[in-house]
Design a protein around this ligand. Structure first.
Ligand SMILES: NC(=O)c1ccc[n+]([C@@H]2O[C@H](COP(=O)([O-])OP(=O)(O)OC[C@H]3O[C@@H](n4cnc5c(N)ncnc54)[C@H](O)[C@@H]3O)[C@@H](O)[C@H]2O)c1
Ligand SMILES: O=C(O)CC[C@@H](O)C(=O)O
Length: 389
């Protein structure tokens, strides 16, 4: 039986992927085998020693202590692309909202009292809410992953020119990105030529304050900046100065901060990017399935810190071993199997950065399983050993 702690509301169709026969869902336990979460900040949460896996029902994992998890041999899963369409749709809405003064105009209409002269007042006042069309304008897309590619392609369909930047473009993205998207060599190149700029990169120590004074200086004056990725990507002090100077005409973001609330040229939504039933369900299903397959079989798919590693279940016992990515690890593991006269049926070893992971399917298990496990743990650089029967 596995105990799963939920740290946020997770769509029930996702939790249904964890059969009651083998899983207990408990949102209070301090000793879960697995955690499923959305935006809960796990950085200050103590990780129990028996925790086996964390699954983020969403894309961004900056709320999860990845390094600490890797150190403890805990894979962190996410749901790549599971909410990309929802974010794309909100970004498209925001392109229009950043351009046409829909929010300010609507607020103004709500604020004027209904009177005999309403029609006249409206016709006289609407000149304050003029905004340009997006047709023929240039959209700069920074980050061409699951969301960036969808946004870039959709903007072309709306008649925009699109310039994109992603120095780590994946094969998957390259397959889906329209050839009409101009590939820029740098972020500076993108912001210098774009009337609208949209950010779709993860937040990390490397990308924090990507949009800073320097980049604002290089931005085409009057550009509109959309941020549906993470608040920390934009340096708020530099942003407020850029709005003051007119470098940025409008900022639309999904990430409220007290410094930006109430600003006439900032429109803020309450982290709504993935808030559609479709996305919540997709992501919950992807996260729950990844967690289930890891807990049952040791299989790894869609992990941000562990390599993909899967062996279809064939009824035989398996040992899952994570270790630091050093030389002669397989030789040392195999020697322990030899010592206990265990024949290896199948073995997959993959690595990701400093971490490597193995699934070893065997024909039998030794009589003394505890000694066998202890011998595997005794190999230097082994992090975690799981015996799955
Ligand atoms: N508002 C929301 O509710 C919401 C929903 C989903 C995702 N997000 C955010 O959006 C981000 C992107 O989501 P995604 O699903 O497209 O992720 P993704 O992993 O598919 O794409 C991210 C892309 O950014 C690129 N990248 C990384 N660093 C870069 C850099 N310095 N310059 C340019 N490109 C860089 C990567 O190569 C990758 O292609 C997530 O990390 C998350 O923070 C927000
Ligand atoms: O779960 C959510 O509502 C937001 C998810 C989003 O920020 C993500 O990174 O996928």
């Amino acid at each position: 039986m596995f105990t799963i702690r939920t740290l946020n509301n997770i769509a029930s169709v996702g939790l249904a992927k964890l059969p009651k026969k083998h899983f207990t869902i408990d949102d209070t336990t301090a000793t879960p085998d697995g955690i499923i979460l959305r935006s809960f900040d796990m950085h200050n949460l103590e990780l129990n020693d028996n925790l086996l896996a964390v699954a983020r029902a969403g894309a961004g994992t900056n709320n999860v202590p990845i390094e600490k998890c890797s150190h403890m041999g805990i894979p962190v899963f996410n749901a790549p692309g599971g909410n990309a369409n929802a974010v794309k749709e909100l970004v498209l809405a925001s392109l229009f909202i950043s351009s046409r003064r829909i929010v300010a105009g609507s607020k103004w209409v709500q604020s004027i009292a209904a009177s005999e002269t309403l029609d006249k007042e409206i016709e006289a006042g609407k000149k304050n809410f003029v905004g340009p069309e997006i047709l023929g304008k240039t959209l700069g897309v920074i980050g061409l992953g699951a969301i960036g590619v969808l946004v870039a392609n959709a903007a072309l369909d709306l008649g925009m020119d699109v310039v994109g930047y992603d120095p780590f473009l994946s094969l998957e993205s390259a397959w889906h990105l329209s050839p009409s998207v101009e590939k820029a060599d740098s972020m500076e190149d993108v912001v210098a030529k774009s009337d609208y700029i949209t950010l779709h990169i993860p937040l990390s120590d490397k990308t924090r304050h990507t949009y800073n004074d320097d980049l604002f200086t290089k931005t085409k004056p009057g550009a509109r900046l959309l941020n549906f990725a993470r608040g920390g990507l934009v340096d708020t002090t530099a942003l407020l100065a850029a709005l003051e100077k007119g470098t940025i005409a409008r900022y639309v973001t999904d990430f409220p901060e007290k410094e930006i609330l109430g600003h006439e040229n900032i429109i803020v939504t309450p982290h709504l990017g993935a808030s559609t039933p479709e996305s919540e369900e997709n992501c919950a299903i992807m996260a729950a399935e990844a967690l289930r397959d890891y807990l049952y079989f040791g299989n790894v798919k869609n992990s941000v810190n562990f390599p993909n590693c899967t062996i279809p279940y064939n009824g035989k016992p398996r040992i899952a071993v994570s270790h630091r990515n050093k030389v002669n690890m397989i030789g040392q593991l195999a020697a322990v199997f030899t010592k206990y006269s265990i024949n290896i049926d199948k073995l997959v070893n993959n690595s990701k950065g400093e971490l490597a992971y193995n699934i070893i399917v065997c024909d039998s298990l030794p009589e003394n399983e505890d000694d066998f496990i202890r011998d595997l743990y005794a190999i230097s650089n082994v992090i975690k050993v799981r015996l799955l029967k």
